[in-house]
Design a protein around this ligand. Structure first.
Ligand code: G3H
Ligand code: 13P
Ligand code: ZN
Length: 314
C-alpha cells in the first residue's frame, strides 16, 4: 500500500513550515482505536498537523491489517497534514516493512551502534525510503529510559555537535533526533530544577541551520494527571517530566518534532481509574474508555497550545 493512497503526507513540507514559523509538529504515539481517535479529535479541533507515531511493539499489538484499516477508516486527505511514522525502527527490514504497508515516514534508530555503523545503516534506510518518497529520521546520541517493553537503557550520552554535519551529510536523512537531556518514560527528573542542555542544542542548530531536529522523550508528565492516578488507586508520585516552557524554548531552536507517548498513557490511565472508581458497579468498557479518550484529547490540545505552538498551522 502506498501512503499517498491513504491520504497521508511525508514530513518534508511539514518540517519546512515548522522551521520557518518556529513551532513543532506533535508526534503522538497511538496503539489502538481509542488513542488514535482521541488524538485525531484534538488535532482536528486545533487545526494542527500531526505525526501519528507507531512503535514496533505497538505495530505488533495492533497487527498490520487493523492498523492500516484504522488509518484508511480515518479518511485522510493530504490537506489534513497527517504523517504515519515508524517510531524507533530497529532495523532496515522494520523500516522497509513499514513503508510497504503504508507509512510515510520512518525512524531508523541505530543510536546505540558505533558512529560509523549508525551512519551506514541510516544511509541505507534513507536511500531505500527516498525511492518511495518516504522521510527518514535517525538519531545521534542516546537517551536513557524505557525504549520498548523489554529494554531499559540506563546510560545516556548527549549528541556531540562536532558529529552532526558529517552524520547528516553522509546519511542523507531528513531529520535528526538529538539527545540534550530528555529521556523516555514517566520518571525523567529527580528535581524540577534540571534543565535541558540548550547550549548543546544551540551548537547543533548553528551547525545545521534550518535543518529539522527532533526531541524524543519529551513528555511533560502533567502533575494533575499523576495526582488523579494516585488519587484513584495508582502509585506514580515520583513521576516527573520536562517543563513545558523548556520544550517551548526548544521549538525556537529548530526542534520541529516533539515526541509524546508517556503523557497520553498517563491521560488514558487517569481516565480509566477515575471512571472505574467513581462508578464501581460499571462494567461497560465504552464508559471508562470514553473517559480515557476525553483525557487524551484534552492532553493533546493542552500540549498543542502550550508546547508545540502548532494550533492553526494547517
Ligand atoms: O519511545 C518509545 C515509545 O514510548 C514506544 O514505547 O514500544 O512501549 O510502544 P512502546
Ligand atoms: P515520552 O516517554 O517522553 O513520551 O517519549 C516518547 C518518545 O520519545 C517516543 O518516541
Ligand atoms: Zn522516542
Amino acid at each position: 500500500m502506498k501512503y499517498t493512497d491513504l491520504g497521508l503526507v511525508n514530513t518534508r513540507d511539514m518540517f519546512a513550515d515548522a522551521i520557518a514559523r518556529r513551532y513543532a509538529v506533535p508526534a503522538f504515539n497511538f496503539y489502538n482505536m481509542e488513542t488514535l481517535s482521541a488524538i485525531l479529535s484534538a488535532v482536528r479541533t486545533a487545526r494542527s498537523p500531526v505525526i501519528l507515531a507507531v512503535s514496533e511493539s505497538a505495530m505488533k499489538y495492533m497487527g498490520d491489517d487493523m492498523l492500516i484499516g484504522m488509518i484508511r477508516g480515518a479518511g485522510f486527505a493530504p490537506r489534513d497534514g497527517v504523517a504515519l511514522h515508524l517510531d524507533h525502527g530497529g532495523s532496515f527490514e522494520a523500516c522497509a516493512h513499514a513503508i510497504e504497508i503504508g507509512f510515510s515516514s520512518v525512524m531508523i534508530d541505530a543510536s546505540k551502534m558505533p558512529f560509523e555503523q549508525n551512519i551506514e545503516l541510516s544511509r541505507r534506510v534513507a536511500e531505500m525510503a527516498h525511492q518511495h518518497n518516504v522521510s527518514v529520521e535517525a538519531e545521534l546520541g542516546t537517551l536513557s529510559g524505557i525504549e520498548d517493553e523489554n529494554t531499559f537503557g540506563t546510560t545516556s550520552s548527549y549528541t556531540n555537535p562536532d558529529d552532526v554535519v558529517k552524520f547528516v551529510g553522509a546519511t542523507g536523512i531528513d531529520s535528526l533526533a538529538v539527545a540534550i537531556g530528555t529521556s523516555h518514560g514517566a520518571y525523567k527528573r529527580k528535581s524540577d530544577d534540571e534543565t535541558l542542555r540548550f547550549d548543546i542544542l544551540a551548537e547543533i542548530a548553528t551547525r545545521l541551520p534550518e535543518f529539522p531536529l527532533v526531541l524524543h522523550g519529551a513528555s511533560s508528565i502533567p502533575p494533575h494527571l499523576v495526582r488523579t492516578i494516585d488519587e484513584f488507586g495508582g502509585k506514580m508520585s515520583d513521576a516527573r517530566g520536562i517543563a513545558p516552557q523548556q520544550l517551548r524554548r526548544a521549538t525556537e531552536m529548530n526542534i520541529c518534532k516533539i515526541n509524546v507517548d508517556s503523557d497520553l498513557r498517563l491521560a488514558f490511565t487517569a481516565g480509566v481509574r477515575e471512571s472505574l472508581s467513581n462508578k464501581p458497579a460499571n462494567f461497560n468498557p465504552r464508559e471508562y474508555l470514553g473517559a480515557a479518550m476525553r483525557r487524551i484529547t484534552d492532553t493533546c490540545l493542552d500540549e498543542i497550545r502550550s508546547i508545540m505552538g502548532s494550533e492553526g498551522k494547517l
